[in-house]
Write a protein that binds this ligand. Structure first.
Ligand SMILES: [Zn+2]
Length: 321
C-alpha cells in the first residue's frame, strides 16, 4: 500500500498527503521521470546560441568600431539569450511530443495557468522551469507525481536523483504522521527568509507561508541567523581544509551538525555531505580512526535522506570499515 495519496488542499491545489504513519528514513516513493534535460540534449541549444552570438560579433568587428561595436556586442548577447531560449523550448517541446498521451496530460496538468494553443510552446518551458528537479547533470527532470509535492522551508521529506537507476527518490527526513502533508524544499534551505522568498518568487512565482516563513518575527530572526551561520560553515569546511586549517575545519563540521540539529531536527541533507567532507579531511590527516567515525555518521545521515542504494551512501558505508 502506498504511504501517500494526492489530495486537494485549499490554496495549494493537488498535494501529497500521508495516509499512514511514515517512519524517518522510509522511502515514500521512487519514480522514473517523464523526461529529463541531460547535458547531451542541451548541446544543440548552446551551439545554436553560440553560433548566433559569434555571427553577430564577427559582423560587428568587420563593420563597426568603438562605442558602436560595444552596442553591437550587447545586441549579440541578447541574440544569444533569445536563441538559447527558443532552442530550449524546441528541445522541451520535442520531449513532450514523444510522450504517451497519458504522460503528456500529467505534464500539462502541472500548469495552473492558461493553456491555449498559442502559448503552448512558452507553457512547456514555464512548466519545466517551475517544476523540474535536480539530477546529476543537465537542467533537471520532470515527474508526474514527485512534481506534485509542495514546498516547505522546513521540509519533512527529501528528493534525490539516483544516477544508476535513473529514478527520483523521496525519503521521509523525520517521522510523518497519518494525515500530514508531505513537503520538500525547492531551494537551498540554508538561506535567510528574505533570500528564500526572493528565490521562490523569482523561480516558482509564489510567496512561501510555511511554518518557518510564517513564524513570529523574533523567532524568524533567530532562525535566519542560524541558517546563515550553517551556510557559512558549510562553505567554509572545504575551504579551510584546503588552506591547511584541518583541525578548525573538523571543529566547524561538529558545530554545523549541532546547528542543523537545532534548526531542522535529526535529519538534513547537508549533514551527510558535511560528515563526508570531515571523513576526507581526517583521512588526509592520517587519522583513520576519526575518519571512520565520520564515515559512519555520513552513512547514518545519508541513509535517512538518500536511501541505502544511493552511490554516496554506498561509498560512506564502504569507508566505515
Ligand atoms: Zn517557507
Amino acid at each position: 500500500m502506498l504511504p501517500y495519496a494526492i489530495e486537494h488542499i485549499e490554496g495549494k491545489g493537488r498535494s501529497m498527503v500521508a495516509i499512514r504513519d511514515i517512519a524517518a528514513g522510509e522511502c515514500i516513493l521512487e519514480e522514473k521521470p517523464l523526461f529529463r534535460l541531460s547535458s547531451g540534449l542541451l548541446i544543440w541549444p548552446l551551439c545554436a546560441a553560440l553560433l548566433a552570438f559569434c555571427s553577430c560579433a564577427a559582423l560587428a568587428s568587420k563593420l563597426l568600431d568603438g562605442i558602436a561595436w560595444m552596442s553591437w556586442l550587447i545586441f549579440a548577447v541578447l541574440i544569444y539569450a533569445a536563441v538559447f531560449k527558443i532552442s530550449l523550448i524546441i528541445v522541451i517541446h520535442d520531449c513532450v511530443r514523444r510522450m504517451s498521451t497519458e504522460k503528456r496530460k500529467s505534464f500539462f496538468d502541472l500548469h495552473c495557468g492558461r493553456k491555449s494553443v498559442l502559448d503552448m510552446y512558452q507553457t512547456t518551458l514555464t512548466i519545466f522551469r517551475r517544476n523540474s528537479l535536480g539530477t546529476d547533470s543537465g537542467m533537471g527532470a520532470m515527474y508526474a507525481t514527485i512534481c506534485l509535492i509542495n514546498h516547505s522551508c522546513s521540509p519533512n521529506a527529501y528528493h534525490c536523483w539516483h544516477a544508476d537507476t535513473r529514478k527520483g527518490f523521496v525519503h521521509a527526513m523525520r517521522p510523518i504522521r497519518n494525515g500530514d502533508e508531505i513537503v520538500h524544499s525547492y531551494i537551498d534551505t540554508l538561506q535567510t527568509s528574505p533570500m528564500r522568498q526572493e528565490a521562490l518568487s523569482k523561480n516558482h512565482t509564489f510567496k512561501c507561508a510555511c511554518i518557518a516563513c510564517s513564524a513570529p518575527e523574533a523567532a524568524r530572526r533567530v532562525s535566519d541567523s542560524r541558517r546563515a551561520l550553517c551556510s557559512q560553515l558549510r562553505a567554509g569546511i572545504p575551504s579551510k581544509a584546503d588552506h591547511g586549517q584541518k583541525e578548525e575545519a573538523l571543529q566547524d563540521a561538529h558545530a554545523l551538525l549541532d546547528l542543523l540539529d537545532t534548526e531542522f531536527g535529526d535529519a538534513h541533507h547537508s549533514k551527510s555531505s558535511a560528515c563526508w567532507s570531515a571523513y576526507q579531511i581526517a583521512m588526509n590527516m592520517d587519522h583513520a580512526g576519526v575518519a571512520k567515525q565520520w564515515a559512519a555518521k555520513a552513512y547514518r545521515f545519508g541513509l535517512q535522506v538518500e536511501g541505502a542504494t544511493h552511490p554516496n551512501v554506498i561509498a560512506s558505508k564502504a569507508a566505515m570499515w
